[in-house]
Design a protein around this ligand. Sequence first.
Ligand code: ADP
Ligand code: MG
Length: 709
Amino acid sequence: MESAVLDPVKNSVHELDTLFKPKSIAIIGASQKELSIGNVIIKNLVHFGFTGDIYPINPKMDEIRGIKAYPTIFDVPGTIDLAHVIIPAKMVPQAIEDCGKKGIKSVIINSAGFSEMGDEGIALQKEFLSKAKQYGIRIFGPNCQGIINTDPDYKAYCDFTFTFPKPGGISIVALSGGVGAFIMQSLYDLEIGMRFYASNGNACDVSIPDVLEYYGEDDQTKAIILYTEGLSNPLDFMEVARKVTRRKPILAMKAGRTEEGAKAAASHTGSLAGVDISTELIFEKTGILAFNNEEEMCQVAMAFATQPFPKGNRVGIITNTGGPAVIATDELISAGLQLPALSDRAKAVLQATMLPEATIGNPIDVVATGGGAHFRSAMDVLMDEESIDSIYINFVTAPFTDTNEVARNIVEVSNLRKKPIICNFMTNMSLERFQETAKILKDGGVPCYSFPTTAAKALGALYRYSKLRARDIGEPALLNVMNTKIAEISLNQSKKEGRSYLTADRVYDLLTAYGIPVPEWWLANDIYEAENAAINIGFPVVLKAESAAIVHKSDMGGVVINLKSAEEVRVAAEKMRDAFGDKGLKYLVQKFLPGGKELIAGVSTKPGLGHLVMFGLGGIYVEVLKDVVFKIAPVTDVEAREMLSSIKATRLLDGVRGEKGINKEKVIDIIQRISKLVTDFPMITEMDMNPIIAINDKVYVVDARIKID
Ligand code: ADP
Ligand code: MG
């Protein structure tokens, strides 16, 4: 009997439901030509078992693929949830208007010839979009594949691709149809079920964040796979991604990796412009699991589709063969997992239940003659063991055991969903007997891999996600002792004067206004003033030539350190005057800070994203090793701390071989202040603090350049 009170969950409607859960679909541009998109989509819908109504629209045909066709959508008797538009670009705006009049709320435009084709296409895209807005239609595409929903209630294959996935828990969203389709095919080959698929081409309206949000709210979607080549609206994306990753994992491909590797960070942050590291940073900031390798990502997805997430990094290994356990251990350890020793109680149980030749420890080697009962006891012990968070199994189908019995036991324990289980399943799949074993494992939802490294990577990824989800990224700190008014006046004044780089005095004033420590300094207009300033500051001092024409001062002889008297200051200043000329030349006198550790920090901007803050060790670490890290501003205390710990040479910050470490808290504070400064004043487009000197528990910025827009 139909209940009058609707299920509150099922009743909640989403704007994109007509797109992802259509009950009736019109194909505008349906064709009888076998190899046309207008034909393939109908064929796919039928083949996949679409549960709703299909309305081919074609003025010349009575039926297409045996389905009654209609001359126009207005001739269709009922309502239409979703329309495919597969007609020449020029005719699309009119078609959208018609869809609006018919009350259609979602349209997939498969046709190409829009923004990807230059001005004329852009104009057409604008035209149909404004009509869509007018009628409240959501547009998917254009120049796209479409969507797929495997839910047995819908079976909507609104796409012209050729993979017909089983229902499951993974949803895919891909900007590129090519990549999307092969990810879908890879999941299919791995026998991983799929929930939704979406490839939105030009993405003129329904965007990647829109789709992510929809998947995020869908209870059946257990994990999301994302492929994108860039983010048109990074801030929108970040807001949605952050929300979604708290509820379920997003697995994504990193883009532009090699370029990043090559170019990231010369000693000056400005040269970073044009390097696309922002996507990776966005993934990191929002808790998206990034992969370098699409195959690995799909393999890992298998574990995400079926297994719970580990509470920690402690893994127990069960194996019935030696070598693969060694390989797995290597990979698990490098993924940050640990193999704790077993408790005495656990060992006692294993002593009593294992074969005499078994190895009792972690790994537990049940040996090749070990059967279902031995695997079972080992799994039960690890499930009960407080100090174990996940289980890794090597299972080779030894011919003298009942392998199906082993598989059934693994499935039973996996179904308890207490701790994640990953299985490296080594067999000969051409033997019927072992095919059966494989089927028991797969149907039972046990993620099976055919290499120990791949299996270990999958477990590593589950751990990585659980860590990301638990991570509290913190909040930008409330930093006190700041004089924003002084900063504002100084910046506006520089802008009024038409400068793109602030003069040294303004730079140091600005840093001071934001509580960023600088050594005592004076900007002298002439040599006499420089001598006096040096006496006031106290020797030894550093003298720096200041002029708009001089960029890298020391390269040109514009920095002389360790000056011990007024006389030495005068001599150094005279040399500079002779080298650079009097005009526009000033002399920055600064306290000399010998023997400190040199660090570097910087800021660059990314259109649409804002500022990136960079940190690293100075000197050769920047120039040779490019050992720097980036974060998107605003940088929180947690992130600033991560920056210090994630450079390769991080141990040098603590001091090695009896050398004293630097004051990390001060550096963390400075990074956040820099982040705050540029967030407060978006007109700052670049900053370079090179070096920052850490000395005697104190940290000072001794050289800085600030560029404004
Ligand atoms: P630039 O980067 O334009 O060449 P800097 O002001 O960074 O000029 O000076 C060059 C180098 O001189 C720095 O990298 C640092 O090693 C050293 N130096 C500069 N100022 C000081 C200072 N106040 N105390 C100690 N060393 C300094
Ligand atoms: Mg410098």
